[in-house]
Design a protein around this ligand. Structure first.
Ligand SMILES: Cc1cc2nc3c(=O)[nH]c(=O)nc-3n(C[C@H](O)[C@H](O)[C@H](O)COP(=O)(O)OP(=O)(O)OC[C@H]3O[C@@H](n4cnc5c(N)ncnc54)[C@H](O)[C@@H]3O)c2cc1C
Length: 345
């Protein structure tokens, strides 16, 4: 088969030993079941927008999710359940919900990839995350061989993680049900840059279509909407998560930084620190790495890009340099956000 580079937004990754395109739930489950029975490694591949695959490729079966279908059902009190097959394009679903006058997804406009991947790392942006609107996740459990519907409360959603991410070889997401609100006004705006773009106060609501447009505009400026003509979008999105620190760790960081460090409350006395701030202040500004083929995006410090001709080894080399530089400067170890396949940092 052709290289997996054709299936990742970084445009990187070697060949797969076997590749199956799944267009039905059965077609998704059976190759996984067969590979598990044969003791072969399995990689579930969605839109490839959160994957860093080794140059050597994948020594097992890649199952590419191509399942389609969206159903709307009225729930109580002006709420609507939108049930979506895993292979649907996420932003198509967001666009359709907004067009239907359904609130809940609008802040997550423009995120690449498929619906099935959204519960894995609890996708989020601009102050909201899918955990707020996921009603349940329909899965195939590779350990028991059963299909199951997992309610939101059992998904262990937290910042960029979930029960699914914590048990990486166990679940195949078949479909996700989102509970949205019939409302032309958005969820409360919780992100200062978005509030400024919309001309509203933090905590206010705006029209769902206005919020979608504003989010797409901001994301476009940062190279965070896929655009084949813009190499700054040839990335896996944010390469590092924002570190969540306890009070003592944060005090150590501020002492090392010798300036006020931006932070957001993360509950239980913890704070979340923007990884982009740490990276920039450790000396890795936008465009760092140029003219090399693996660089920091010229629009967003958190995105590492394949500017053309890079290998996965190049991107990982840059990621290591940044991680080590931030650790040396601030004593904080950044963790990668994408799934690394056959590769480590
Ligand atoms: C330009 C850009 C901007 C981005 N912006 C954001 C952002 O704002 N917020 C954010 O949270 N993320 C963002 N991302 C990351 C990424 O888009 C999301 O994580 C997205 O949900 C990944 O979807 P995918 O279908 O591409 O998953 P893939 O990259 O194909 O897979 C990601 C992981 O999920 C697993 N997986 C995929 N589908 C299934 C399934 N059906 N069942 C079980 N496991 C599965 C894969 O095995 C892999 O481990 C961005 C990425 C890019 C390139």
């Amino acid at each position: 088969m052709s290289s997996l580079a054709d299936y990742t937004t970084l445009g990187l990754g070697g060949p797969a030993k076997a590749f199956v395109a799944a267009t039905s739930r059965v077609g998704l489950i059976e190759p996984v079941r067969a590979a598990d029975a044969a003791g072969e490694p399995v990689l579930i591949l969605g839109g490839g927008s959160n994957l860093v695959i080794a140059d050597e490729g994948f020594p097992g079966t890649v199952v590419h999710v191509n399942t389609r279908g969206v159903g709307y059902a009225e729930a109580a009190d002006g709420e609507v359940d939108v049930s979506v097959e895993a292979g649907e394009d996420w932003d198509d679903v967001v666009a359709a919900a907004v067009a239907e006058g359904l609130a809940g997804l609008e802040c997550m406009s423009g995120i690449p990839g498929q619906v099935g991947a959204t519960p894995i790392q609890n996708v989020g942006a601009y102050g909201h995350e899918v955990a707020e609107v996921i009603h349940s996740v329909r899965v195939f459990d590779r350990r028991t061989g059963n299909k199951q519907i997992i309610p939101n409360g059992s998904c262990c959603f937290a910042y960029r993680t979930s029960y699914f991410k914590q048990h990486p070889a166990r679940y195949v997401v078949l479909a996700v049900t989102f509970r949205l609100t019939r409302d032309l006004l958005s969820m409360p705006v919780k992100y200062a840059e978005l509030a400024a773009e919309l001309g509203v106060e933090m905590g206010e609501r705006a029209g769902v279509t206005d919020v979608r447009s504003a989010v797409l505009k901001i994301r476009g400026r940062k190279g965070m909407v896929l655009n084949p003509g813009d190499p700054d979008t040839r990335s896996a999105g944010s390469f590092f998560t924002n570190p969540v620190l306890g009070a003592e760790e944060f005090a150590r960081l501020e002492a090392a930084a010798a300036v006020a460090v931006p932070r957001f409350g993360a509950g239980e006395g913890k704070v979340k620190v923007p990884a982009a701030w740490l990276i920039e202040h450790a000396g890795f500004g936008k465009g760092y790495g140029a003219p090399g083929p693996a660089r920091v995006s010229s629009k967003h410090t958190l995105a590492l890009i394949n500017a053309g001709g890079a290998t996965t080894a190049d991107v990982l080399g840059l990621a290591r340099e940044i991680r080590d530089g931030v650790r040396a400067a601030f004593g904080v170890t950044l963790e990668p956000e994408p799934t690394l396949v056959g590769a480590t940092l």
